[in-house]
Design a protein around this ligand. Structure first.
Ligand code: PLP
Length: 377
């Protein structure tokens, strides 16, 4: 059996002709940065998300960095202010906060939903809190009415990390990236909407935020050779924008395929060592990943090896939580080192099964059979 965790080669091959034509168009145009392709994709992506603005940038980490930096430049946040963030996220969410000399306040997830536990947010709010960051981790909608109410009551910005949630919807039908005050998106090749290299975007309805983000990502310049901020070069290039504009058309179709695979997993996985996260309504999960929880690290690692021996790829997202990483070992907010037992347990027990726009139901069924036949390590 050979069922890779995700084959980017097959994903690209799904729309190879259109992608190749788009790349050729840019190559032949002689215009490679800040041109028509960016403008077109930004418009289409903003329409898709449902915001007034989408601003392309170099990658998802930068998108998040620029949001916080723009709020600082606009005088809405200042270094030392606190930002609430789920403790169990890809480290980029936390890096964007610390990069701006803001203080991350890590909040445990709900172990059933795997996203931030909204019942733990209010106790984490202090007079220094300026924002709540939610991460729609694994493609799962993280916004709840409680989050919205807390933002209003305490006058906090709501920032969404949409790196894993392209097309995911809230209970009232809003697409992720249009729910908060600003959202960071990643177009890393493996994401639900992936480029053929790095890419990212910020979506917002706030014209000031959009303008400052665009300026920061272009050396801090809105007008050629005039610099309002000390920014960086963090732009989305024209080839990636053209590729993304092709792939955006197929995103809903791809997400629906992911749902079919996920529903097959939900309906058929049955192993007393394994717990599946709470099953959400289809619209609220775009299944960027299909996480399962395996009873104990030994069994989790055992299942990974067992699948590998039988030709099936699986990956843990993520084996070391941000607060346990060396880069934060001496951080003031992490001294003494935080104890976040739910997050730490998830790092030991999570394993992601193959899912994507190209895996077949037959392949998914082979994965199920193997998972169900796994016995205690
Ligand atoms: C991928 C990812 C990012 C970073 O995006 P890049 O484009 O890889 O920089 C940020 N947050 C989360 C949750 C991610 O999964």
């Amino acid at each position: 059996m050979d069922i890779p965790f995700l084959s980017l080669k097959e994903v690209t091959a799904l729309h190879a002709d259109e992608i190749n034509a788009a790349v050729q168009r840019v190559v032949n145009s002689g215009w490679y940065l800040q041109g028509r392709e960016n403008a077109t994709f930004e418009k289409h992506y903003a329409d898709f998300v449902g915001t007034r603005y989408a601003v392309g940038c170099a990658n998802g980490l930068d998108a998040l960095i620029w949001i916080f930096r723009a709020y600082i430049e606009l005088g809405i946040m200042k270094p030392g202010d606190e930002v609430i963030v789920p403790a169990n996220t890809f480290i980029a969410t936390v890096l964007a906060i610390t990069e701006n000399h803001l203080v991350p306040v890590l909040v445990e997830p709900n172990p059933d939903t795997l996203v931030i536990d909204d019942s733990r947010i209010e106790q984490a709010i202090t007079s220094k809190t300026k924002a709540i960051t939610i991460v729609h981790l694994y493609g799962r909608m993280a916004y709840t009415d409680t989050v919205g109410t807390l933002c209003k009551r305490y006058n906090l910005k709501l920032i969404e990390d949409c790196a894993q949630s392209h097309g995911c919807k809230s209970a009232d039908g809003c697409v992720s990236g249009s729910i908060g005050d600003a959202a960071g998106h990643s177009f890393y090749p493996g994401k639900n909407l992936g480029a053929l290299g790095d890419g990212g975007a910020v979506t917002t309805n706030d014209p000031d935020l959009a303008r400052v983000v665009r300026t920061l990502a272009n050396y801090g310049s809105a007008q050629k050779y005039v610099f309002s901020y000390s920014g960086r070069n963090s732009r989305l290039d024209e080839i990636q924008a053209a590729v993304l504009d092709v792939k955006l058309k197929y995103l809903e179709e791809d997400n629906n395929h992911r749902r079919i695979v996920a529903n097959h997993y939900y309906d058929n996985i049955c192993n007393s060592l394994i717990t599946l996260p709470e099953r959400l309504f289809d619209a609220q999960n775009v299944y960027h990943l299909f996480p399962i929880l395996v009873n104990g690290k030994k069994n989790r690692d055992g299942l990974h090896d067992y699948l590998e021996q039988h030709g099936v790829g699986s990956i843990c997202h993520y084996p070391i939580a941000p607060h346990c990483q060396d880069c934060y070992a001496n951080a003031v907010w992490n001294t003494p080192r935080l104890s976040l037992p739910i997050t730490e347990r998830l790092a030991d027990e999570e394993l992601s099964l193959p899912i994507g726009p190209t895996i077949s139901i037959e392949e998914a069924h082979e994965v199920v059979k193997l998972v169900n036949s796994y016995e205690q390590a």
